[in-house]
Design a protein around this ligand. Structure first.
Ligand code: FUC
Length: 812
């Protein structure tokens, strides 16, 4: 890549904290090079062009459609009986064909809001990426969540700062030039949707507004229908761009035209008419005009410094909770490299703990920027999509992707960012109850594999999809795991009683109706193993069968969680007995002829043995049914399965494998997968690549790092369970463990040296380590009595903790 000599680099050096700032010496040529900023509501991609700077703008609630369609399948329950008969007769193809007509509409897409262009009108057009700039640097500070483009042209230094503030709910663009009157620019905005209006609101403000069509189509070949057969229309949207501080002149045309300035502060507010999953956004939508104007008027009186300070403080509160240090991360030779060059060298085999640390911090940055307490869940692209036809609709896919987005939330101390996911689950349970009743004649609620902002729960596919993905009915069970995990990490009993348990109970109710008894065992029928195909012992290919391993593991997981929760809450004793009986009678997991964990009802061949989904290892991760410490035979079968699957796959598939290998306590293989993820499935802006960009791998990748350093799913804190030899020295601060503990860990020469466990909720703490440890006096100076037992190569140390107290453990 072309190298430029910096004039201004010295000025920047102080601001660019090593390994915590992504930096590039050229403007982005495409989305995969642009830098993301966001506050869970507004998302923006900054390209950093010198004379024409492009910004892709998103608003998290701008989705197609106007609600879920829970229309009954009139013959649903009868059809289900026929599907089951076909399956009992091992007629896989007939079962598949019978399921197709049960499919409803496809999930809706997450769509772009528009683009902003900042054109420096006084620059003579120049060629090349950096358009005549003498020095150029664009960066994203992961310390402050601020993107900066800085360049020198004709001796004048231009700086553009961009951030999206959560406290003030606006995007801030702050432009400065080192010489008076050097800033002469236009700022225009548009939107890709038919009927869009761009209007000037005053001499310093304009707005872009419109309404999506009733039918958007997820594919370029589909039509765009503005008004539906019954007068239905889609979501309304609006964004306002306002110049709020400037020492030059401005008028609108209708975009901003600014001249003779040295400073300009511009705010962008945005809103849609989205008013909840069950309200028509046209007829019963929010007034997006009032909402967008409201955010603008609250923010516009503030100075650039005030806005920045509030934003940085808000971001840091979340971002600085966790820090990972790896020996060699602040290698100054590497830190002077551009991030894309650094990634390229890494892909060729260079060691770069600094880049790994940056990727880890970036993963947390992305969740903080795309999923906030008061928003909607992060979708397949977080909140960053510039395409009218995004891959897989940029929607919510529940057979791995949506869940993976939230894997790092609890262990990496971002627990409150799960709030939008939990609201989504609640909404989906409302639609899902109708779907369960209408489609299958069953109680409780369920979600199939695709959903959207309308919390759709039906099987998608529009009667032409493949049941291999569309008719998977276990989404509710998987989503419920997140509800219970939130309790296990936080021990928030009020939340368990009022929010999690009622939803889990509803999902378990559906599960009880969905499971069927065959040969004295409970299985699911129909059943798939997303999104794989088998070849049975008679050489017949199929995708729909009975009792796939994943279904059984999801059933075990939900039942185990709901049983535990009912004990904790002391509720539903009779129901609990039933749950326990059903769990005992689940068709057991099997070890196959190859030593593998059997994926299907029988030990059949996979049509694609290296398929990207590894659904049948759900019980290893994120589940807790399979563990080398508790179920060694199943764990070694899981290992064999992973060996057969291989180390390839899409970005998210590699990310999942980081977690699997960590759970198998194989740090080096886990790290190998982490390297594969960064080397082969990571874009220049460090976004995960399916391909194309899909954010799940970023989140799965860092949850894998968490699993290497601390595991707590077996009701004990396993310190450094899968430390890779490449990370022989380092520390991690602020991680969370189940049971309400915050944990700092320090290690040297590949061995634990010290750990600090802070107890939020009191109670007994059990720590598993590879070296013996002593528990020192507490933060309050109290002596601690601890007991240490041996378990093979491990030391198990147990001690009582008090709420709010810290315990220091020294390894010897
Ligand atoms: C599932 C996966 C694909 C992709 C899509 C969003 O269907 O099988 O690989 O991740 O979701």
């Amino acid at each position: 890549m072309k190298r430029l000599i910096y004039i201004a680099i010295a000025l920047l050096a102080g601001q660019l904290a090593a390994a915590r700032t992504m930096k590039y010496d050229e403007a982005a040529e495409n989305f995969n090079e642009a830098l993301p900023i966001g506050n869970g509501h507004i998302g923006a991609m900054i390209y950093g062009g010198v004379s024409d700077d492009l910004i892709n703008l998103n608003e998290a609630t701008l989705w197609g459609g106007c609600g879920a369609d829970n229309n009954p399948v009139p013959d649903g329950p009868q059809r289900l009986r026929r599907v089951r008969e076909a399956l009992y007769n091992e007629n896989w193809e007939e079962a598949r064909e019978l399921l197709v007509p049960m499919q409803g509409p496809n999930a809706q897409c997450f769509l772009p809001m528009g683009d902003l262009h900042i054109r420096q009108t006084s620059f003579k057009p120049a060629r090349g990426e950096n358009q005549g700039a003498d020095s150029y640097l664009r960066s994203l500070s992961l310390d402050e969540a601020v993107a900066t483009t800085e360049f020198v042209r004709n001796g004048i230094r231009y700086t553009r700062e961009y951030f999206v503030s959560h406290p003030d709910r606006v995007m801030v663009i702050h432009l400065t030039a080192s010489e008076p009157r050097a800033l002469n620019f236009s700022l225009d905005g548009d939107s890709p949707w038919p009927g869009v209006k761009v209007e000037s609101l005053s001499d310093t403000a304009f707005c872009v507004s419109g309404q999506l069509g009733w039918y958007m189509g997820s594919d370029p070949q589909y039509p765009y229908i503005q008004v539906g057969p019954n007068g239905e229309r889609g979501m309304r949207y609006r964004y306002i761009v306002k110049l709020v501080r400037c020492d030059g002149q401005c008028h609108t045309a209708p975009g901003l035209r600014v001249s003779n300035a040295s400073e300009a502060l511009i705010l962008v507010s945005a809103a849609t008419s989205y008013n909840g999953f069950d309200r028509d956004p046209d007829r019963y939508g929010k007034d997006e005009k009032v909402v967008a104007a409201g955010w603008m008027s609250q923010a516009e009186g503030k100075s650039a410094e005030e806005l920045r300070e509030a934003h940085v403080a808000d971001y840091k509160k979340l971002a600085d909770r966790v820090d990972l240090k790896l020996a060699g991360w602040d290698d100054s030779a590497k830190d002077s490299l551009m991030t894309d060059d650094r990634l390229e060298q890494y892909s060729k085999g260079a060691k770069d703990p600094g880049l790994e640390r940056m990727y880890f911090r970036y993963g947390r940055y992305l969740l903080i920027s795309s999923s906030r307490e008061d928003g909607v869940p992060a979708n397949l692209q977080g909140i960053w999509n510039n395409s009218r036809f995004p891959a897989w609709g940029s929607e919510y896919t529940t057979n791995i992707n949506l869940e993976m987005n939230y894997w790092p939330a609890e262990p990496l101390a971002m627990s409150e960012l799960t709030a939008p996911l939990f609201r989504f689950i609640k909404d989906a349970s409302v639609n899902g109850a109708q779907v369960a009743r209408n489609m299958y004649g069953m109680r409780g609620w369920t979600v199939h594999h695709n959903s959207d902002i309308w919390a759709a729960a039906n099987p998608v596919g529009e009667k032409e999809g493949d049941p291999m993905w569309a008719n998977w009915a276990m989404g509710g069970a998987w989503l419920c795991q997140h509800l219970y995990e939130h309790y296990r990490f936080t021990k928030d009993i009020g939340y368990l009683r009022n929010t999690a348990y009622p939803l889990m109970k509803g999902a378990a109710e559906f599960l009880l109706d969905w499971l069927v008894m065959k040969d004295g065992e409970y299985i699911t029928a129909p059943s798939t193993s997303p999104e794989n195909s088998f070849i049975d012992e008679n050489g017949r290919k199929g995708v729909v069968t009975m009792g796939s391993a994943m279904d059984l593991e999801l059933s075990w997981d939900l039942l185990t969680n709901v049983i535990e929760a009912s004990v904790i809450l002391d509720e539903d004793e009779r129901l609990r007995t039933q749950w326990i009986t059903v769990r005992e009678k689940l068709h057991p997991l099997q070890v196959g002829a190859k030593g593998n964990l059997v994926e299907w009802y029988k030990d059949w061949e996979d049509e694609d043995p290296q398929h990207r989904h590894v659904s049948h290892l759900f019980g290893l991760y994120p589940g807790r049914q399979i563990s080398p410490l508790k179920t060694p035979e199943l764990a070694s079968a899981a290992r064999r399965t992973l060996e057969i699957r291989g180390d390839g796959g899409t970005g998210w598939s590699k990310a999942w494998k980081v977690n699997f290998w960590a759970r198998l306590l194989d740090g080096d293989h886990s790290y190998l997968m982490f390297r594969e993820l960064l080397s082969k499935s990571t874009l220049p802006n460090l976004f995960d690549s399916h391909p194309p960009f899909q954010i799940d791998g970023n989140f799965g990748g860092i949850s894998g790092v968490a699993e290497m350093l601390l595991q707590s799913h077996n009701d004990e804190l396993h310190l450094l369970p899968a430390l890779p030899s490449a990370w022989s020295e380092g520390s991690v601060n602020g991680m969370k463990a189940r049971g309400g503990f915050t944990v700092d860990i320090f290690w040297k020469n590949g061995r634990l040296s010290e750990a600090v466990v802070c107890s939020q909720k009191g109670g007994e703490c059990t720590v598993r380590t590879s070296s013996p440890v002593v528990v020192a006096r507490t933060s309050k100076g109290r002596n601690v009595t601890s007991r240490t037992d041996r378990d093979g190569q491990y030391f198990i140390t147990t001690f009582k903790t008090s709420e709010g107290e810290s315990y220091r453990l020294f390894a010897y």
